[in-house]
Design a protein around this ligand. Sequence first.
Ligand code: FAD
Length: 660
Amino acid sequence: MKAFQFVCLFGLFINWSGLVHPQEVEILPKRQQIFLTPNTALDRVQQEHSTEAPIVVSQDELDQLIDCKGGGACPISAALIASQGLRAMAGLPVDPQPHRTALRVFRDKPELLLGRISNDRFVNLIAYLCADFQEMSTAISVLSAPNSPHSALEPKWSETDGPDLSVKHGEMKVLAYTVTTADGTVRGRHFVLLKENNEGKLSILNPGSPLKQRFFLVEYRGVPTAAKQRVFFVVPDGLDKSKQTYELNTIFTVRFLTDDADGSTDDASRVETIKGKIDLLADRLRSSGELTSPVAWRSGGAAFGLPGIDLPVEVGGGGYSASEAIELFRHAGRINLNLRDVIGGAHGRPLTKSSTALSQDVLRKLVAGEAYVAVAITEPTAGTDMKAMKSKAVRYEAGFKLTGRKLWNARLRQATHVVLYTLAADSKDGERSAFLIPLDHPGLKVVDRYAHGLTGNSFGGLEFDDMFVSRDHLLGEDGDGGEIFNEHFQYWRLMQAAAAIGCGEAALDQMAERIKTREAFGAPIGRFTHLQQPIGEYLTKLRMAMSLAREAAQMIDNGDYEGATPLVNGLKAEGVEIALSACDAAMRAHGAMGYSRETDLGDRVRDLMGLRIADGTTDVMRMSVVSEKYGSDLWKMAIYGVRDTDTNIPKDKLQPASAE
Ligand SMILES: Cc1cc2nc3c(=O)[nH]c(=O)nc-3n(C[C@H](O)[C@H](O)[C@H](O)COP(=O)(O)OP(=O)(O)OC[C@H]3O[C@@H](n4cnc5c(N)ncnc54)[C@H](O)[C@@H]3O)c2cc1C
């Protein structure tokens, strides 16, 4: 099973207090940590609970607090009990006042009072509760039934093998199943905790009666080619007279992360761990009104290595591959497209190609979350057509004098440095050079413009006339700018596409939720199936885009930049456009609310509209895909216009007739 979403990571430390008795634990192979099984841990919690010291919050106690239509008491109680079980599992003291914790949960997450706990909300709730486990690392994964209506993007279990219902030390599973009455009415989902699996007989803890022992028998249903497609729970010995059916829908697995012998967490989980930390930081910055501030993200994210995550280990970075980074960009885009700027070194990545003292210093500060690098290429009269660039470099004593104008550049007001492109000093065929310059460099003036979207960053330009920069500021050699640009933007466009995909996916999640709950003419608007169609269409298209993005990332990781080019350019175009269509559909399905600030859908649309221009426009990216596949003739035809019928030379490239 592939981990989907993680919650919190701190250092590793076992606190031998609380409910755990050392002689009863087992040392697991290759691990230094010691954990109980869910059965032992939950037994402890059940046994320790008393009226005088109530450590279990039952579903009934929460029912009154939650919107009667919402039915969310059971997952919240399940999450609170799971967190107590996890504490017991790891030897942490149990929460002595879980009822107070419940009130804190409702204060910090008031949306839970509405009930209707989606998978995302449940994961976020667990993440929130696990944040209290000081010094312990946990991860959550979500696995859904192939037919689950609650899962948009999570992995589904194999229809032939069925879901993993095993129990392990250091791992707690919460099972959500759909309850359907004899007449076919779906009553909603119920959440229980899995204690033990004895050859298909499950011992569970039910938040409705949390101190009692309950059992289910597992029954698989499907077709011969997919025998374990559906999983039903049956109460043994005919004890259930309700005639309801219980169909397993989702498995939430919370597990403690442990260090391997070499001190590193396993590969699959490190990405998920960072996702969990991103979620926690997002919560914090949302509450301080800084969610879209790249500067706040960079300084806050430095605590867990976020600004250097895709920089080489040698410079203090995380050394994450492109394949890992796309997952983080996608995750960041789900939260807000402004977060396209907060994962990894971003426009500071090309500095790794330079060995100057300045570059090394900026890289160090980048990793520490103190530096932030902008890029200035576009000029008032040179956007797509970079060959029309006028900014120039002139050699001058121990450096260069730079003169030019830049416009439509993002983040100049937030950044500490800028990678500035000019024509090379020795340019013969329009070669360019790239310079790393502090934004407070003498002679560099920032000008401001207004942008409709991606407002976490500024928008504007630069003015510089005969501005002296020493040789230390040049990245690579004079004339290396084209190469630096190509390699960097290959990576960057792919990451931007991944962020766009995440942005679109999260809008579809909102849309699915809305059409289930918003009523018009006496029933949910989801019955108007034209509102469901775009979800199916864009979900699939976004999945296709993500799968292509993974292929391209793999190529980049293998050093095959050339092979990745058409995929990346195509993705920059289509990933953004599909996401834009998805957000537009989600916005429309929300009616007036979608157009208001009560949802973030308008921002998503606006931000994606910016991204369809930034880093290479959709049109131009598509043209490059055509050119890659069918040769440069079509590109030249577009660029140079009509050909002369006699010479077959583009008319505007014809040399004037000679004097003779
Ligand atoms: C939000 C945002 C952030 C940005 N951030 C930065 C930044 O940080 N640094 C920076 O240097 N620049 C930045 N840009 C500028 C961006 O890179 C340029 O806007 C982009 O390259 C297009 O250039 P242009 O605006 O001059 O449009 P033009 O090149 O004038 O294009 C105008 C229109 O013509 C179309 N077009 C042009 N050529 C072709 C062609 N060959 N085939 C088909 N269609 C074509 C384009 O698609 C577009 O629709 C940013 C832009 C935006 C919107």
